[in-house]
Design a protein around this ligand. Structure first.
Ligand code: 5GP
Length: 350
């Protein structure tokens, strides 16, 4: 047994230090970024904020809104090939959709069929809860060799050595986050995890050394957290809970006795998701996710504007003209838990 003593940080442990800047206004900041990848020969241009491949957010209805802003949606993996075909006909743009899959033999065949539904499909998201298994690396290699020009996203991991291994196996973008998700219970159930800000910074450092990229996945609960994720080195930021609860999101709309509206939102490893997709919770598995109600938030567009506005504001506070410049312009300051508790006491959402 070993204990690592150096401190690992999460979003609430830091704030971004304001700096003098030559920017005149927030509108000077551009959030659109052009990416070139280590393996794929395709470039991708857009705002690198991504809807999570969860039942309630990885939806074509969400993609239809996000694509208006050149933002990406990782679609939930339970859509059928027929549903993909229909979505393309309905105007969903494959440029802003990553087709998600698991890492089983069946997943591979299904992925091939889904990719074949549109010649423009070029983004693949291989998503497993635990990206540390050798067999997962093998699967990433296989996907890379089958789809040599596709942009391959793979994860999740939270440490440098596995980020490097995934990039060398064929991933263009490594998805980073073990346990930070808003409806994730892995840290409680398994005692496993890694504070997300440090995970992003360390994995980004490892990935960038190999011309790879990282997608920070989980734990953002406000536009400020999204800005901190980019500032820590994330190339893309994936959001679940922040995109839940809207008209375009999935989940049942319920009205409580006091007239307030909520929408259901649940983890993909929760009992709810396992029952819905597999009819039962497998005997060898303990659920590592939960179901919650989130306040109903109306149109997704309103939240998108709030997120983009927040990130633009962070850039203007530190003089970053492009989202790509945010890490080099950022100094984080450590804050005490008291700072956060006071902040939260005065920011209770009703
Ligand atoms: P959020 O943005 O809601 O904080 O986090 C979204 C991320 O949480 C997803 O992209 C996924 O990586 C993770 N996640 C979703 N469902 C579950 C679950 O049931 N268990 C765990 N451990 N993580 C989950």
């Amino acid at each position: 047994m070993r204990v690592e003593h150096d401190l690992k940080l999460t979003f609430d442990d830091v704030l971004i230090r304001p700096k003098r800047s030559t920017l005149v206004s927030r509108s000077d900041v551009t959030l659109v970024r052009e990416f070139k990848f280590r393996h794929s020969n395709i470039t991708w241009t857009g705002i690198p904020i991504v809807a999570a491949n969860m039942d309630t957010t990885g939806l074509f209805s969400v993609a239809a809104e996000l694509q208006k802003h050149s933002m990406l949606t990782c679609t939930q993996k339970f859509y059928s090939t027929k549903e993909y075909t229909q979505a393309w006909e309905d105007g969903i743009d494959p440029e802003y959709v990553a087709i998600a899959c698991g890492s089983t033999e069946d997943s591979f065949d299904l992925l091939k069929r889904k990719m074949a539904t549109n010649a423009g499909a070029k983004l693949i998201c291989i998503d497993v809860a635990n990206g540390y298994r050798e067999i997962f690396l093998e699967f990433v290699r296989r996907v890379r060799s089958e789809f040599s020009s596709a942009i391959v996203i793979a994860g999740n991991v939270a440490t440098r050595e596995m980020t490097e291994a995934l990039i060398l196996a064929g991933a263009d973008i490594v998805k980073v986050g073990i346990g930070p998700g808003s409806v994730c219970t892995t840290r409680k159930v398994a005692g496993v995890g890694y504070p997300q800000l440090s995970a992003i910074a360390e994995c980004a450092d490892a990935a960038h050394g190999l011309a790879g990229h990282v997608m920070a996945d989980g734990g953002c609960s406000s536009p400020g957290d999204v800005a901190k994720a980019f500032a820590a080195g994330a190339d893309f930021v994936m959001l679940g809970g922040m995109f839940a609860g809207h008209d375009e999101s999935g989940g049942e709309l319920v009205t409580s006795s006091n007239g307030k509206k909520y929408k259901s939102f649940y983890g993909m490893s929760s009992s709810k998701a396992m029952q819905a997709h597999y009819g039962e919770v497998a005997k060898h598995r303990a659920p590592e996710g939960k179901e919650v109600r989130v306040p109903y938030r109306g149109q997704l567009e309103i939240s998108i504007q709030a997120i983009l506005g927040g990130v633009r504001s962070a850039c203007s506070y530190v003089g970053a003209r492009r989202i790509k410049d945010l890490p080099k312009c950022t100094t984080f300051i450590r804050v005490t838990q008291t700072t956060n508790e006071v902040y939260q006491r005065f920011n209770v959402e009703e």
